[in-house]
Design a protein around this ligand. Structure first.
Ligand code: ZN
Length: 200
């Protein structure tokens, strides 16, 4: 028996209205056992909720840490370049990004987005079609890649989370007005849930 290894857990996903979603993440300076467990739990949570990306803020932790896995997405293409060479997206998954830095490579394009923290709310967001990413992987090793398509969109959406930014912040005014009522309802519901949890 190994008593030190805890089983991976499905964590609660924080919803719009929870202040942690607006917090800028603290850089991760050491891959401790606790961080390793958090990464494992974040994957477990992302798979359980059928997401393709999950940021630390979405499990209540304001850290520069996000996980992604685009395997199984067939309707929206992605591209990947490693050291200037085209590479296989599926082979590159699952992906852990710690303290990531982004550089846009070309013009912004509009595309649909959704978020596990804003269930059933969708909208078009304009973002660069491809980006360069520098980060640390799950072992703390520096990685660098260029990506396009859905992977670029997902990476930018997740890195926004690490800076307290949500995809609705990047929607145009007209689209945001169309979902205003749903947003207000969700925010009120989240605040009520947090208030009643605090009383217990
Ligand atoms: Zn999100």
């Amino acid at each position: 028996l190994n008593h030190s290894a805890s089983p991976d857990m499905i964590l609660e996903v924080t919803k719009y209205g929870n202040p942690v979603l607006r917090q800028k993440g603290t850089p991760v300076d050491k891959i401790t056992g606790e961080i390793k467990q958090l990464i494992a739990d974040m994957f477990e949570t992302m798979y359980a909720t059928k997401g393709i990306g999950l940021a630390a803020q979405q499990v209540g932790r304001a850290l520069q840490l996000t996980v992604l896995d685009l395997r199984g997405v067939t309707d929206r293409p992605s591209t990947l370049e490693l050291a200037g060479q085209p590479a296989d997206v599926e082979q590159f998954m699952p992906l852990v990004l710690i303290n990531p830095q982004l550089k846009p490579l070309n013009e912004p394009v509009a595309g649909p987005e959704g978020c596990l923290s804003l269930p059933e709310i969708y909208g078009d967001v304009v973002r660069p079609e491809s980006v360069e990413v520098k980060a640390l992987d799950a072992k703390g090793k520096p990685i660098e890649f260029r990506c396009g398509g859905l992977l670029a969109r997902a990476v930018q959406h997740e890195i926004d989370h690490l800076n307290g930014i949500l995809f609705i912040d990047r929607m145009d005014r007209k689209s945001k007005n169309e979902i205003r009522e749903e947003l207000d309802l969700l925010q009120a519901e989240t605040k009520a849930t947090l208030a009643s949890a605090a009383k217990k």
